[in-house]
Design a protein around this ligand. Structure first.
Ligand SMILES: *[C@@H]1O[C@H](CO)[C@@H](O)[C@H](O)[C@H]1NC(C)=O
Ligand SMILES: *[C@@H]1O[C@H](CO)[C@@H](O)[C@H](O)[C@H]1NC(C)=O
Ligand SMILES: *[C@@H]1O[C@H](CO)[C@@H](O)[C@H](O)[C@H]1NC(C)=O
Ligand SMILES: *[C@@H]1O[C@H](CO)[C@@H](O)[C@H](O)[C@H]1NC(C)=O
Length: 317
């Protein structure tokens, strides 16, 4: 009798605690998201996030829309509609069947530049020395990765030379940098870096485990296989960019995947004049590559949410 009464009491207690279990697991998720978007160990002077329920000192909430995020140079013929996806406000990328190139037919994915919130644009325009970008991404359930595709990352440079620092560009390579990510076979992850083509940069990039490669289009695959994108669930990436002092090779690029530091490059030269600065995120995704063997075999989708940026250090020296 006593045993069954205490069993009932236990069952009752378990039932009563259900709501608090739900609450604590969802606040756990939010806590996880918070440190996945804004890795611990840094003080964020200012910044923005489109993520709901993420409260970090100095970081303001902004809407996921083009005007709030100072979106520019949108690739014509592609869409980035805002949709509700598994509890998040997200930009939807549609990779048309057969697409494998950012600007030729059939077009797939999307491409634009994100300056960030108004105050973040002011901070980068003033020459912020160290910044963080982060976002969550989800690939459609059963996503067919084929050979790979591009994903958003930070970019910068000297004035308009910062734009289109990709696609095999060789001119003015000392005036720009582009730090998108890529998925490869089976969702294998890497940083796909365009940095000034100095011997030191090349050596630092090629030394990142487990695998790195200088591609024929002059982009470097860095840390390929240091993380892996799954399909059908949200994951979060964060990228820290520390500009070098113009006369030194003390720049840094670090990447976190779901809060875990997976790539950390030091001794880089992202510029040799202070005119070159971080300008925001190159928010681009497509299958490719630039040849048909990269093409998606069917229409597929991915979603991007929790778009965030932060200033870690406003000025050099
Ligand atoms: C964009 O987001 C801002 C908040 O950051 C909001 O004030 C504005 O209404 C939004 N615009 C649209 C078109 O949703
Ligand atoms: C520095 O900039 C100058 C002028 O743009 C360029 O010629 C030179 O190659 C650059 N040096 C490095 C190390 O990037
Ligand atoms: C990708 O996954 C397939 C099937 O699971 C496997 O056979 C193949 O070895 C994997 N390739 C790589 C590069 O991981
Ligand atoms: C994708 O396009 C190819 C080539 O046009 C076609 O053969 C194939 O049936 C298409 N796949 C789907 C799922 O529509």
């Amino acid at each position: 009798m006593i045993a069954s009464a205490s069993f009932l009491a236990l069952a009752f207690a378990a039932l009563m605690s259900l709501p608090s279990v739900v609450t604590s697991s969802s606040s756990h998720r939010t806590r996880g998201l918070k440190s996945n978007l804004f890795p611990t160990g840094f003080v964020y002077a200012s910044g923005f996030t489109t993520a709901d329920g993420v409260s970090v000192p100095g970081i303001s909430h902004v809407g996921l829309n083009d005007s709030a995020l100072h979106v520019s140079r949108v690739t014509a013929g592609l869409t980035h509609h805002v949709v509700q996806k598994n509890g998040k406000n997200a930009w939807e990328a549609v990779y048309a069947n057969g697409s494998y190139h950012p600007t030729s037919s059939p077009l797939g994915g999307f491409g634009f530049y994100v300056g960030g919130s108004k105050s973040f644009v002011a901070a980068t325009t003033a020459g912020a020395q160290e910044v963080l970008f982060s976002y969550s991404v989800m690939f459609q359930n059963g996503f067919e990765w084929v050979q790979g595709g591009k994903l958003p990352g930070g970019f910068g440079g000297e004035g308009d030379s910062a734009f289109h620092c990709s696609g095999g560009r060789q001119y003015d390579r000392d005036k720009c940098f582009d730090l998108r990510l890529m998925w490869r076979l089976n969702g294998t992850g890497e940083v796909y870096a365009y940095l000034p083509l100095t011997e030191k940069n090349n050596a630092v990039m090629l030394a990142v485990p487990p695998m790195a490669d200088a591609n024929p289009d002059y982009g470097f695959s860095v840390g390929r296989g240091s993380f892996k994108f799954p399909a059908g669930e949200w994951v979060t990436v964060a990228e820290r960019i520390k500009m070098n002092d113009p006369s030194k090779t003390n720049g840094e690029v670090q990447l976190w995947f779901n809060g875990k530091s997976v790539i950390n490059m030091k001794g880089l030269q992202l510029r040799n004049t202070s005119i070159t600065r971080v300008q925001g995120m190159h928010f681009q995704t497509f299958f490719g590559g630039s040849t048909p063997d990269w093409a998606t075999p069917k229409e597929q989708m991915s979603w991007f949410a929790d778009v965030s940026g932060a200033v870690i250090r406003a000025h050099s020296n």
